[in-house]
Design a binder for this molecule. Structure first.
Ligand code: D5M
Ligand code: FE
Ligand code: ZN
Length: 496
């Protein structure tokens, strides 16, 4: 019994006594615990019997394919991004149900010169400042040196440096277009723990006591975040399947599971869930093929060693899906596009293998499907988040994705794992909130709801590689999140 409580406590959840009883007496105890742990809404801190009965509703989907009901997000939300045309350049209307905005494909301008970096960071600052300015009235940093000693001030700054002194206090160097300040956080102050979440290059609001000389003793830290009253969009149509990380060409690509998935989708097997015929959209968030030379020793993991043959095979995998489903494909770090992000859509040299009704988009991209705004990002920055933020792990990628929403930025740390090209604007700022944030990359399915945004990591179709074994990464392959766009309910279908 203690072990059960401990397992939930390790993940930050408390169990109420009734819930504990229900779990203890459940015939498939282990499965139930795993299901609960991997699927709970982040907003939940105490698990009660209702969470267990919700899971109990999970129907047995086709031929032993389990489907789990996650959340019904109907009663919470604000909607900032409706599917009216996006204002950023590059909006393309492809067909009645798909609309693309904010995508780098064909619009990369950067040359990598000094001015590009200055412009890129100015744009990041300006966009995030605008979000924060809704809640904060901040002053320019240069004004701190004029008569502010002993007064409480608020500034909005970009983090140039964050370090812990040998005495254990935290020092944050912040910059805005007018100057710099040094923010100091005492190790015994109330916000010290909060300050461990500060990342380099992010933009945040700081209030505190000014010393009149460019230093602030911090009282509060304010991240751009999602407004509390964020509303759900409830006018969507149809169902969307979220996929990523097929890694076709790898010896570990799970082809049999994939074929089971396609048979189900095409209605070739019995489907008690009735969901297969209602799928209108499939979104793929990168790593379609395994590529070549992506990680040390990859050669020996490849079943197909030619990159074009890998895409031919990937195309076969997708082309056999029944007509009438919008299939949207975005690239990842294993795909045949530039490694620097944002990445353009897959090139014609490989798109030509796929059916002509598919839609190829960049990474990241915003896209509207069935009336619902999606933000699709492969998720390479999750590596950075896991490395830098205490308590995050590859097992719960949705928690890292929530950190993106808190920062209103998909990849705040510059120059770490993610190589970001300094484009004219910062495509990673989440100016307009999506209803669905969809990432992949880490090979584990994660689902949560954060202030009305459905946060979904779509896992993988690749079994654990030797490399991942060494890195202690435990994939959850052949599990597919499915979203009812009319209600925003999310389930997970298992084809393994
Ligand atoms: O990434 C698959 C998983 O492997 C994902 O969790 C990131 C992790 N990964 C990828 N490259 C590295 C390195 N170099 N070190 C540590 N962890 C890594 P994918 O991009 O799909 O191969
Ligand atoms: Fe991957
Ligand atoms: Zn990846």
């Amino acid at each position: 019994m203690f072990e059960i409580v401990q397992r939930f406590a390790d993940q930050g959840y408390q169990l109420d006594p009734k819930a504990l009883e229900l779990i203890k007496s459940h015939p498939a105890k282990e499965e139930l615990i795993k299901s609960l742990l991997s699927n709970l809404d982040l907003a939940v801190s105490v698990i009660d019997s209702s969470h267990i009965s919700n899971l109990g509703q999970s129907s047995l989907a086709p031929t032993g394919i389990k489907s789990t009901l996650f959340f019904d997000s109907k009663n919470n939300q604000e909607s900032l991004d409706h599917c009216t045309p996006y204002t950023l350049a590059g909006t393309a209307k492809l067909n009645q149900d798909i609309e693309i905005g904010a995508d780098i494909t064909g619009r990369s301008t950067c040359t990598g010169e000094y001015n590009d970096f200055v412009r890129y960071f100015r744009d990041r600052y300006a966009k995030l400042r605008e979000i924060l300015a809704n809640r904060l009235s901040a002053r320019p940093m240069e004004s701190l040196r004029r008569n502010t000693a002993g007064r409480e001030v608020t500034i909005i700054g970009m983090v140039m440096d964050v370090k812990t002194t040998h005495k254990g206090n935290r020092i944050v160097e912040l910059e805005d277009p007018t100057g710099m300040v040094t923010a100091l956080i005492q190790k015994d102050s109330e916000i010290f723990e909060k300050s461990s979440f500060i990342l380099p290059d992010e933009v945040l609001g700081v209030t505190g006591m000014s010393d009149g000389n460019g230093r602030i003793f911090v009282k509060n830290l304010i991240w751009p975040d999602v407004p509390n009253q964020n509303q759900i969009l409830e006018n969507g149509r149809g169902y969307a399947l979220l996929l990523s990380d097929l890694h076709v060409g790898s010896k570990f690509f799970m082809e049999e599971a994939w074929l089971r998935f396609v048979s189900w989708l095409n209605g070739d097997v019995d489907d008690p869930s009735g969901l297969a015929s209602q799928v209108d959209h499939i979104v793929v968030a990168g790593d379609v093929a395994d590529g070549i030379g992506i990680y040390p020793g990859q050669e020996s993991d490849l079943a197909i060693k030619d990159i074009y043959e890998q895409y031919q095979k990937a195309a076969e995998c997708f082309n056999s899906i029944r007509q009438g489903i919008n299939i949207v494909i975005s690239p990842g770090n294993h795909d045949i596009v530039r490694q620097a992000e944002p990445q353009p859509a897959l090139p014609e040299t490989v798109c030509k293998f796929f059916r002509s009704d598919f839609t190829f988009v960049g990474n990241p991209t915003r896209i509207c499907l069935g009336g619902i705004p999606f933000l699709i990002y492969h998720g390479r920055s999750i590596d950075d988040f896991v490395l830098r933020i205490p308590g995050l792990s590859y097992a719960s990628p949705e928690k890292a994705m929530v950190e993106m929403l808190r920062r209103r930025h998909l990849s705040p740390i510059y120059g770490s794992r993610v190589s970001i090209a300094p484009e004219q604007e910062d495509h990673y700022v989440i100016s307009r909130l999506p209803a669905i944030l969809h990432c992949g990359h880490v090979h584990t399915v994660g689902i949560a709801r954060y202030k009305g945004v459905a946060v979904i990591n779509s896992g993988t179709w690749q079994a654990q590689t030797e490399f991942q074994k060494k890195m202690n990464i435990h994939p959850t392959p052949a599990a597919v999140p499915i979203v009812d766009l009319a209600t925003m309910k999310v389930r997970k279908l298992l084809f393994a």
